[in-house]
Design a protein around this ligand. Structure first.
Ligand SMILES: Nc1ncnc2c1ncn2[C@@H]1O[C@H](COP(=O)(O)OP(=O)(O)O)[C@@H](O)[C@H]1O
Ligand SMILES: CC(=O)OP(=O)(O)O
Ligand SMILES: [Mg+2]
Length: 360
């Protein structure tokens, strides 16, 4: 089966052609050019059996669904909970409907992988009346990436039901505790704002600080949303667009804001790794994935240099290698992997599985 996958991330739109489970072509588009991206991808890879789109938020959905205009309308209602991602996915789906009426379009959800989170990890300590309907809870994101990383590590490690941490470092950043193929805790929550600092997102901040700012320098909800999603994180701290290439270049040039931004960024990821360790009964492996892992692997070595307290260590030379690989030194208690982001493969897998059931 030939599957066109469309993955709108917060810093770029990635499209790929996956043929019978193997990615054979790949393209990334800047978000500024994404308005016509689905049609361009369909022009580039014209013979496809289906299109699979990554939606970060699926609400209570626990697996992929075939999209209809009504389902897309329902998914659009989740846009306020993932404003950097969901509107783009909705737009792509509608572009495909327009360009290729009749072509099956499948949605896979980041949130689905975390849909079995234990209550202690999914519930916020808020009044019961707020949480009993089950909507105001921790959903978790980056689920397709985590699922792929867990699949690769399970194969490479050869341990049954491995206990692992998945650190997705891209424009969005998250750390997830996984047992086998199941998420048991994760740093992103009700929205993809929670957790470590990200490219342009703040990560977790004390809600008391937000209350204070709203009280003393009143601003609209939209203005606060803009600060937390677009103008914080590495971008806000360093005065760049948040792309690590720019931040690391300024850091290397001795820019104090960039030096502080990188220090905060690494510290908050280490803290989250420590927090997620507490959800595991043992740890077999740590897997790094996401654009930063693929393109700035030297940062993984810097990050890991201060994880020795958890038995986590990496060999800087192995960090700089290619492909899905072990990057920890031989003989260390926790095996550390770097794995290429596999959201496209997971999207294609879901689409093939769903369509094969429909055709029975
Ligand atoms: N071609 C590239 N060269 C160097 N670094 C890159 C490249 N593409 C992405 N990156 C790095 O990956 C980060 C974005 O990660 P990615 O996983 O692609 O983000 P997202 O999916 O959230 O849009 C950038 O901030 C940058 O650090
Ligand atoms: C959920 C999320 O932040 O995704 P991405 O890293 O692709 O922007
Ligand atoms: Mg991404």
């Amino acid at each position: 089966m030939r599957v066109l996958t469309l993955n709108p991330g917060s810093s770029s739109l990635k499209s790929s052609l996956v043929v019978d489970g193997t990615p054979v072509g790949w393209a990334a588009t800047s978000l500024d050019d994404a308005h016509d991206a689905a049609r361009q991808a369909l022009d580039r890879w014209s013979t496809v059996d289906t299109v699979a789109i990554r939606f970060v938020h699926g609400g209570s959905r626990t697996g992929p669904v075939r999209l209809t205009p009504d389902v897309v309308d329902a998914l659009e209602k989740l846009s306020p909970f993932a404003p950097l991602h969901q509107p783009q996915a909705v737009r792509l789906a509608r572009q495909v409907f327009r360009s290729r009426p009749g072509l099956p379009v499948i949605a896979s959800f980041d949130t689905a992988f975390h849909s079995q989170l234990p209550e202690e990890a999914s519930r916020y300590a808020l009044p019961r009346e707020w949480t009993t309907q089950g909507r105001l809870r921790r959903y978790g994101f980056h689920g397709l990436s985590c699922r792929h990383a867990a699949r690769r590590v399970t194969t490479l490690l050869g341990v049954e039901e491995p206990r692992l941490l998945c650190c997705h470092l891209g424009a969005g950043v998250s750390v997830t505790a996984i047992r086998g193929d199941r998420s048991i805790d994760t740093s992103m929550g009700f929205t993809p704002l929670e957790g470590p600092a990200m490219a342009t997102r703040s990560g977790s901040v004390d809600p008391g600080l937000v209350l204070h700012v709203m009280r003393t320098a009143p601003m609209s909800v939209e203005a606060m949303e803009d600060v937390l999603y677009h103008r914080s994180g590495l971008a806000g701290m360093s005065g760049t667009d948040g792309d690590l290439r720019a931040v690391l270049a300024r850091e290397a040039a001795g820019d104090p804001d960039a030096m502080s931004a990188v220090a905060v960024y690494l510290h908050r990821i280490r803290r989250e790794i420590g927090a997620m360790m507490a959800s595991l009964d043992r740890i077999d492996a740590v897997v790094f994935t996401g654009g930063v892992t693929e393109h700035q692997p030297e940062l993984i070595a810097r990050l890991s240099a201060r994880l020795g307290v958890f038995g986590i260590a990496v060999d800087p030379a192995r960090c700089l290698g290619d492909g899905d690989r072990v990057i920890s030194p031989d003989g260390t208690p926790v095996t550390v992997f770097a794995v290429a982001t596999g959201e496209d493969a997971e999207l294609a897998r879901d689409a093939e599985a769903l369509l094969s059931v429909e055709h029975v």
